[in-house]
Design a protein around this ligand. Sequence first.
Ligand SMILES: Nc1ncnc2c1ncn2[C@@H]1O[C@H](COP(=O)(O)OP(=O)(O)O)[C@@H](O)[C@H]1O
Ligand SMILES: [Mg+2]
Length: 634
Amino acid sequence: MPRIHLLPDALINQIAAGEVVERPASLVKELVENALDAGARAVAVTLEQGGVRRVRVQDDGHGIAREELALAVMRHATSKLHTAEDLERIATMGFRGEALAAIASVCRLTITSRAQGSEHAWRFDAVSGELAPAALESGTVIDCADLYYNTPARRKFLKSESTEYAHCEEALRRVALSRPEVAFALSHNARSVLHLKPGTPEERLAALLGETFIERSRAVEAEAGPARLFGRVIEPRHADQSRPPQYWFVNGRFVRDRMLTQALRQVYADVLHGSRQPAFALFLTIDPALVDVNVHPAKIEVRFRDSQAVFRFVLDAVRRALAPSRIALEALEETDRRGSPESLGTAPLPQQPSLPYSSRSGAPASRPAPYPASPPRAPAGSRLHDAAAETAYLAFARSALAPTREADGTSAVRPVAESTEKGSPEIPALPAATSTDDALAPPPLGYALAQLHGIYLLAQNAAGLVLVDIHAAHERILYEGLKEAWDRTPSVQRLLVPLVLAVDAREYAAWEEHRETLERLGFDVGALGPEQLAVRSAPSLLAQGALEPLVRALLHELSELPQSLAVESFRDKILATMACHGAVRANRPLTLPEMNALLRAMERTERSDQCNHGRPTWVQLSLTELDRLFLRGR
Ligand SMILES: Nc1ncnc2c1ncn2[C@@H]1O[C@H](COP(=O)(O)OP(=O)(O)O)[C@@H](O)[C@H]1O
Ligand SMILES: [Mg+2]
C-alpha cells in the first residue's frame, strides 16, 4: 500500500510553478507587477532568447531590505496582505506571495536590491542561498536565468524563441496599458524594442495601439455607483477580419472574462458581421469589495459579486459611445436647419425623446427621433445578493440608464417642431398640426420614386431626396422584427414539403445540442438519420427566403457556442445571421408598392438607420445639398 507523506517544499513550489509560471511571459508579468507594487516610476525589462535564457526586470521602487531578501522567495511570503479582511479589498497587483517562490524553483534566480535609506545594495542568490553586498543605485533587479533548467520536461512545452518573445512583449504591453504614468523599456537580445514615456492614458493607448486606432475609435466614459468605465472602442465600420487588440482591465489588472467579452460581443453583434472582431481597450474600475480577484493563480480571471449589473452597465456605456450614427445625425441637423413652416408644418416629426437608442443607451433626449420609435424599455430587474449591494446597484443601474449630457455640441439639434414655433408667432403654421392631420402628413421617409441598379431605392420626402440601401434596410427590419418576435412566441410557418438537408457530423451535433434553441427561434427540425435533417417549419418572417443556407449558417453559428451559455446571451448574434440570410438580395427588382412598404417598415423599425453590419441603411440628401451640387442659389 502506498504511504502518505508530506511533499518537500522544493517540490511543492515546482508544482505551484506549473500554474504561475506557464512560460517566460509569466515571469515578465509577475516581476513587472512586483515592480509596480513597489511604487516604481520606471521599469526596464531585458530578455534573451525569448525570455528562456534570461528575463531581467529592473525597477526604481522602494526595494527590499537585506533581512527580507531570503524571505521574499519563500512560499506564502508577502508584504501586501496581513489579515483576511485585506483579501476583500486588494489594491496591489500581487498578494498571494507565491510568484517569487515559484519562479525561484524553476530557474536560476538572483535578487539585487537596495532598500530605501540603506547604504548599499545586497544581492541574494536563490540557488546557493548566498547573500553578498552589491552595487545598485536604487530599486531592485530581479534576474531569472535558464528557465526550466531543472525541469526538462517543462522545457519541451516551450515554443519557438520568436513565439515566446511575442508572449513576453504582449505581457508587458498589457501592464503598460494599465499604468500610463510609469515609464517602460523593453529589449530583446540586446536590441531595444519598446520605449514608453510616462503620459496620459490616451497617449499610452496611442503609443501601444497606434494613432490609427485612436482615430478610428470612440471614447467610452461612464460612471455609475461603484463602477467607472473608460477606454476606447473601434467604430463598427473600422472593425476588420484580422485579430484585433482586445483588452479588458479590471481595477488595473488585465483579465479575461467571459461576461465582459460577451457584453462587447453583444454591443457589436447589432452592428458587426459575424467574422469581424472589434478592437478595444477598456478599463473598468469597481469597488474592490464587489469583485473577487483571488480566483486564479495568475489572477487573470475575476469574479463579480453581481455580474448581471456589471454586464448591463458595460453594455450600456459602450452602446452609448457607439450611438448614434453620424449620418443620421447630419441628416437631422440638415432637416432642422431647413425646418420652415411650409415644408414641415404639416409633417411634424415625432418629438418623443425615445429616439432609437434612448431606451437602451441613454443617448441625449434632446435630439429628435428621425421617425417614431418604440417607447423606452424598462431596465430588467437585477439579481442581487444583499441589501447593501442592492442599494449600491440601484444607484448604479439608474445612472447607467439615465440620459447623459453630450460632451460636444451635437446636442444643439433641436426638435423640429420647436423651430416652426419660432418662425412667426402671429402667422399660425399652415394647417395646425393636430393628431388628426397626422394621417394626411407625408411620411418622414417620403414616397419611393425608383430603384437604382437593383441596389438603391430613391424616395422623395419633405427635406429632399432619400437614398436607401435596400438589402441593408431590409436586413435591419428583419432583425428588429425577429428580436421583437423573440419576446413573444415567434409566428411559425409549416413548410408544404419539408426541406431535407444532408449534414456532416458537426452540423448534426449542433442540431442535437441546440434543438431547443432552434425551436425557440421558430424552426422545427428533425433528424432522418445521422446524416440527414428535415426542416418542417420556419419562422414566418423568413419562410419566403432561401432556407437551406440559412439553416446551415445557423447550425454553424450554434456549433461554435458552448452549450452551457444561456440562449439570451447569443440571441442577437443568431438573429443577425437569420436577418442577413432573410433579407432581399441585391438586384431583385421591387415594385413601387413594395418599395413604399419598405420605407414604412423602416419608419416603424427601431434603429433602421444602421444595418447589422455597421453600415448606414439610408441617407438624406437635402435640397440645399442638391442645390449646392448645381451651384444653384436660393
Ligand atoms: N521589485 C520588487 N521591489 C520590492 N519588493 C519586492 C519586489 N519584488 C518582490 N518584492 C517583495 O517580495 C514579496 C514576494 O513577492 P511575490 O512572491 O511576487 O509575492 P506577492 O507579490 O504576491 O506579494 C512581495 O510581497 C514584496 O514585498
Ligand atoms: Mg508578486
